[in-house]
Structures are given as C-alpha cells and as structure tokens.
Write a protein that binds this ligand. Structure first.
Ligand code: BES
Ligand code: MN
Ligand code: ZN
Length: 503
C-alpha cells in the first residue's frame, strides 16, 4: 500500500493527525515552530521533560496535544543539536516517529521541516520520506488478515520546489528498498529462478529497460557451465537475467551491477544444518538489489549506461545434482573443481562476472550474500567491501556513509590466492574456513578480466531477525541506497573526467 505524501502551508496548530515536534537538547524547540509564541515553547519543554525526551537523537514519545489543537497527538522527537545532526539521524528519527504513531493507532503523520537545517531542505525532506517509507514496510501478502496499522498519509509541513524534489527522491529510494525487501522475503516455493526472471521482465516493460533472459538451453549455448551446475539439482531451472538501462543523454560510462540470486540455498549435497535454513530463501538478496536499482534508474535519469546481471538458481541436493569433486567449465573457459556445493554463490557470480566483462563494462560491481564468514567478521550490521579500484572504492564508501548503510573495506591479499589452487582444475571453489570472505572474493577476482571491480558481501545485513526502526524482521534491502547514491557519484566523477578530456 503506497503512502500518500502531501505538503501544506497551514500552521501546525491547525492540522489533524500526529504532529512531530522536533526537540533539541536543553528543552529548546527547534526553529521550525518557534514562531507560535513562547507559550508553545514552554509547553513543549514541560511535556518533553515529563515524557523523558531531553532532545537526544532517537528519543521519541507521543503525548496529548494542547487543548486547543485539533491534532490527535504530538510526537516529540529528539533531534540532537543542529551542529551534530546528520541526515542519517533525521532518517532514523523519522522512522521512529512513524513507529510510535502507528503503535498508538495513528495513520496521519505531520512533519515540519523548516527548522532542521544545516542540510539542504531537499535532503532533509528526502530523509524524512525515506525514514517513514522504510518504517512502514510490511510483508503481509500471505497473511489472511492484515490488521497492522500503517502510516497512510505523510504531511510535509512546508511548501516549495525543494520540498517537492525531496519528496520525489525520497519516494524513489524507499520504494526501491521496499521492492528489494519484497522479493527477498518471498519464499523459495513461490519465487524460483523462472518467476524472478519473469518479474524482471515485467519490471523492464514497466519502466523501460532492455531485458534478455537466458533459460537452460540458452545457458548451454552460451557456455555458462557454472550457473548450470549450481541449478542442476533443482527441477526449477536456472536463469541469467540481463537488464540494460540506457540514458537518453550520451553515455559517459558503462557500469555492470551483478547480483547473486540463489532463490533457496540448501547447500546442495554439501547440505547445510537444518537450524535456520529457512533464512536461505533470502539468498537472492543481491539479485533483488540489482533488479531494484535498475528499476529505479529511469526515474533518476543518470547519463550512464547500467547493466543489471542477475544469476539465478536454486541449490538443492538431488540424484542429478552437482557433486564435490566435479570439475566445471565456466563461461570464462577456466575450470573449477567443486569442493563444496555450498559455495555456490561464487560459481554463479563467476559466470555472471564473465558475462559482464563480455558486455564491455568499464566497472563491475557485484553484490551477494556470499559468506557466513563476512557476517562473523563484521556482525549482522554491515557488509564487507572488496575492491580492485581505489577511486571506485572510495566513492562507494562515501555513498554508504552518506546514506547511512554500514559498509567496511576488507583486503584482497594476494598470498591467499594460493589456497584456491586445485590439483586437477584451474581453481577450486573453497579454501577452508580461515579468511573465507577474503578467499571467496579472491575467487571472484579471477573472473573480472582485470577490470575495475567492487564486491559487496552482504551476508550479514541482508537479513535481520529483529524489528528495528526501519521495520519488521526479515529482508532489509541493504545495498540499494548505497548503490543508488554510488551511481550518482560515479556519474559526477565520470562527467568531470570527460570535461578534462574535452579541454
Ligand atoms: N548463502 C551462503 C552464505 C550465507 C550464510 C549467507 C549465512 C547468509 C547467511 C553461501 O552460499 C554459503 O553457503 N557460503 C558458505 C561458504 C563455504 C562453503 C566456503 C559459508 O559461508 O559457510
Ligand atoms: Mn551456499
Ligand atoms: Zn548461498
């Protein structure tokens, strides 16, 4: 259900619904509402004191409104000092105000924006819209009764074109994240590689992307032996999806986003333990992020060409499944000895990266729920970044910090490459438990054709077992916001380079 987002120039004390009042430390009202007399200031100070809201970021409490206000409630929201307040703070507080409001049964949320400065008003509005849109996410399509309350209308108290732009961009972003969450939360029985490719096809028609889909026969013709092997144990056949966003303006550069989409990962013959295996329906999170980013691109109108390449397969044990010891011929021509059928993601990505190189992408970016080891190293909160290009790495880290996703660099140590040596093939697909996230990345590097490459291991943050400010347990859509921002920054940089050449 989409949230209706409107703007108003009415004063807060004339509005219905749940009205957010930003509170800063020392019980001072933020500048946004200072105008409505000191009376309100002291009223809020007293209410905030009583509710335990001192103004620190993240403190949020609902209180009854002053008697003469038509509002249902006021939502006092600690926003910290203006000097220290980041956009990520605003996004998180906006999410918390949505949660407090819906927990109290409210459906209309009013956010004043005028006083939240230090940031461009457009970015402030975008952060508020994102926070509310992410917090309102639910995956209830398979519940018979959906009684959950949700924000139905967000009222942005303020007017002007910057506010409209902020709303538009915020909506693009939260919708992209929530679309990826929807795909990732879908269970393995209902979202298999064929269905995923069908959705990609529909998305492409809807927003205007080019789309090609390789089924089993076409993958055989192509020579994608690794994708075929991973999908071999499932009656639901694998797919390679290739989406292209082509800008209306001349192309500055060509980027390929490559996603792992294992619609269910049982481990195959190297079977995983039963405990928690249900979470492996989310092993297509990387592919979901890629599809979702491509879906959002036409609305952002960037002058770069972006290819979305999604390798989809289901990893099941079967009489016809691939086995440890098997030697596969990958699309690149390199052979791989399978040590564990549970290290299937890197096999899919090997062929998908080669395919991206064949498209002559100038930069490869892959995203995958690749290794438990990465989640062990960084925890469930953040993903690991591996890079062969410093400029791209720095821009990706900048994008992540701007949008408030935790992404941290990990090394590609050449010495470890020896661990992937195989007696009978060019490479083997695992190298033991130590440094498993690094070894997986080194394996992938073999298939990047020496092109600038970024690899995001999202095994930790793609999924959460706990409800948080941005919504219920389940898929998080981690990576969508960073990649969208990264593509903007990469475009800026590419246009800078092009100007340099022209001079
Ligand atoms: N999909 C898993 C990685 C994973 C684990 C994602 C936990 C999310 C949460 C991947 O296919 C896998 O099984 N990796 C193995 C690699 C090992 C066999 C070298 C792992 O991490 O144990
Ligand atoms: Mn696996
Ligand atoms: Zn997997």
């Amino acid at each position: 259900m989409a949230i209706e987002i409107v703007t108003t120039s009415e004063p807060l004390h004339a509005l219905a619904g749940s009205i957010v009042l930003p509170v800063v430390p020392e019980f001072r009202l933020d500048g946004s509402i200072e105008d409505s007399e000191d009376r309100l200031g002291s009223w809020v100070a007293a209410a905030a004191h009583a509710a335990g809201v001192s103004g620190r970021v993240g403190q949020v409490a609902a209180v009854p409104p002053p008697a003469e206000w038509p509002a249902e409630r006021l939502v006092l929201a600690g926003l910290g000092t203006p000097e220290q307040r980041t956009l990520a703070d605003i996004r998180r507080v906006a999410a918390l105000t949505a949660k407090v409001t819906t927990d109290a049964g409210g459906r209309i949320l009013v956010w004043p924006v005028a006083g939240l400065l230090r940031h461009p008003i457009e970015s402030v509005v975008q952060a508020i819209v994102e926070g509310v849109g992410l917090a309102s996410y639910r995956f209830h399509r398979y519940r018979s009764s959906d009684a959950a309350s949700r924000i139905q209308q967000l009222v942005v108290a303020g007017m002007g074109s910057a506010i409209e732009t902020g709303i538009r961009r915020g909506r693009i972003v939260y919708d992209a994240v929530n679309f990826a969450r929807d795909l990732t939360n879908e269970p393995g029985n209902l979202l298999d590689p064929e269905r995923l490719s069908g959705i990609a096809w529909e998305v492409a028609q809807e927003v205007g992307l080019q789309c090609s889909i390789y089924d089993r026969a076409l993958l055989e013709e192509l020579g994608a032996g690794a994708i075929l092997a991973v999908g071999q144990g499932s009656r639901r056949e694998p797919r390679l999806v290739h989406l292209i966003y082509r800008p209306t303006e001349p192309v500055l550069t060509r980027v390929a986003l490559v996603g792992k989409a294992v619609t269910f990962d049982s481990g195959g013959l190297s079977l995983k333990p039963a405990e928690g295996m249900e979470r492996m329906k989310g092993d297509m999170a990387g592919g979901a992020v890629v599809l979702s980013v491509l879906r959002a691109l036409p609305a952002l109108d960037l002058p770069i060409e972006v290819h979305g390449i999604i390798a989809a397969a289901e990893n099941l044990p079967d009489g016809d499944g691939f086995r440890p010891g098997d030697i596969l011929r990958t699309l690149s021509g390199k052979t791989v000895e399978v040590i564990s059928t549970d290290a299937e993601g890197r096999l899919l990505l090997a062929d998908a990266l080669t395919y991206a190189v064949q498209q002559d992408a100038h930069l490869l970016v892959d995203i995958a729920t690749l290794t438990g080891a990465c989640a062990v190293a960084l925890g469930r909160g953040g993903s690991g970044l591996f890079a062969t290009d410093e400029r791209a790495r720095d821009l990706l880290l900048r994008a992540a910090s701007e949008v408030g996703e935790r992404i941290w660099p990990l090394p590609l140590w050449d010495e470890y490459r020896d661990l992937l040596r195989s007696e009978h093939a060019d490479l083997k697909n695992t190298a033991g438990r130590w440094g498993a996230a690094i070894n997986a990345a080194l394996f992938l590097r073999e298939f990047t054709g020496g092109r600038p490459w970024l690899h995001l291991d999202i095994a930790g943050p793609a999924w959460t077992d706990q409800a948080g400010p941005f919504g219920p347990p389940g898929a998080t859509g981690h990576g969508v916001r960073t990649l969208l921002r990264f593509l903007e920054l990469w475009t800026e940089q590419a246009s800078g380079d092009n100007e340099g050449e022209a001079r």
